[in-house]
Ligand binder design. Structure first.
Ligand SMILES: *Cc1c(COP(=O)(O)O)cnc(C)c1O
Length: 358
């Protein structure tokens, strides 16, 4: 067996130790005589798996007691509508910051439910974040939404905005990559398939005073209060994905927690950006102040070499480096589970490719 270094933006690599444990427990989870996939979500075995996953996450992130942790379905995209349905609470307006593709999708969806004020936007084609001083916030916004890491363009906030309205963050591609002060947020959400676990489960961390008043017509499964009251089991949850997420949380804890992850991620990203900046052959188009630790796009000086680059990389076990179709070039997604050795191998390959083709 030989595992590749998979630079996919998501679903992405999972820690090998987690996959091994899942394999060991596949047919018989801890003497229960059944796979986690075969368990009733209401049985004591799965209820303990679910509760332990939540507690491990709470410990890792330091989630305060007045926040609910929900394990839902529908992806981060489902939250684009669930958020206005739950957080408008009788208000008519919400503020959004537009820093790229995922911001735009969140804005478009929210527009079905309320008046969206785009308080600031990155200039078209410029990969940067408008400074806080430029933001035109409304004084009656129900909440302020932003995308801390734009997965496609590799634009990341390295600061947490200070605003009066409850702060809502789509952390799909950056959650658990570093410590965050959860108390600064009204709501944090993330699809699992980048830094949490398998696709199919969506994490929502929400301050409890913000929930309980939904827009008329809100489906029951999108009602955060109802889901909180039912321990995220208003209907059958994605049990296996929840279990794997729990193993990933423990793996992060065993690596030393979020501070250790942050140091590792910063080092991994630094090696890749240094390699790109130190060459005339590769370049990264993002404002250096907002370069992502998780998704590193880069282009080759000669675009005609793109296919050769991808084919040769694949031959040495470096895969899924093709940039998003809207951006072109390359993108290396280097989430928590990408070993530092994978980044080293990529940097080595890039240097060697440049020597032969540059
Ligand atoms: C991947 C991603 C999404 C979409 O997630 P789904 O779970 O596929 O809906 C939304 N926002 C960001 C920032 C992402 O990276």
């Amino acid at each position: 067996m030989s595992r590749i270094y998979n630079f996919s933006a998501g679903p992405a690599m999972l820690p090998e130790a987690v996959l091994r444990q899942a394999a060991e427990e596949m047919l018989d989870w801890q003497g229960s005589g059944m796979s986690v996939m075969e368990m009733s979500h209401r049985g004591k075995e799965f209820v303990s798996i679910a509760a332990e996953a939540e507690q491990t996450l709470r410990d890792l992130m330091g989630v305060p007691d007045n926040y609910k942790v929900l394990f839902l379905q529908g992806g981060a995209s489902g939250q684009f509508s669930a958020i206005p349905m739950n957080l408008l609470r009788g208000r008519k307006r919400a503020d959004y910051i537009n820093t790229g593709s995922w911001s735009k999708k969140a804005i478009k969806e929210a527009g079905k439910y309320c008046d969206v004020n785009v308080a600031a936007a990155s200039p078209e084609g410029v990969l940067t974040i408008p400074t806080r001083a430029e933001w035109q916030l409304s004084d009656d916004a129900a909440y302020m939404h932003y995308t801390p890491n734009e997965t496609i363009s590799g634009v990341e906030f390295h600061w947490v905005p200070e605003v009066d309205a409850p702060l809502v963050a789509d952390m799909s591609s950056t959650i658990l990559s570093r410590p965050v002060d959860v108390s600064k947020f009204g709501l944090i959400y993330a699809g699992a398939q980048k830094n949490i676990g398998p696709a199919g489960i969506t994490l929502v961390i929400v301050r409890d005073d913000l929930i309980g008043e939904t827009l008329p017509g809100t489906p029951a499964i999108w009602d955060y209060q109802a889901q909180a009251d039912a321990d995220s089991m208003s209907n059958t949850p994605p049990t296996y994905a929840w279990y794997i997420a729990g193993l990933v949380f423990k793996w992060i804890r065993d690596q030393g927690g979020l501070q250790a992850m942050a140091e590792l991620n910063q080092r991994k990203a630094g090696k890749l950006y240094d390699a790109i900046d130190g060459s005339d052959f590769y370049s990264n188009p993002v404002d250096p102040d907002c370069r992502s630790w998780m998704n590193v796009p880069f282009v080759l000086a000669d675009e005609a070499l793109n296919d050769t680059f991808l084919a040769e990389a694949k031959k040495v076990g470096l895969t899924t480096l093709k940039g998003h179709r809207s951006v072109g070039g390359m993108r290396a997604s280097i989430y928590n589970a990408m070993p530092e050795a994978g980044v080293d191998r990529l940097v080595e390959f890039m240097r060697e490719f440049e020597r032969r083709h540059g």
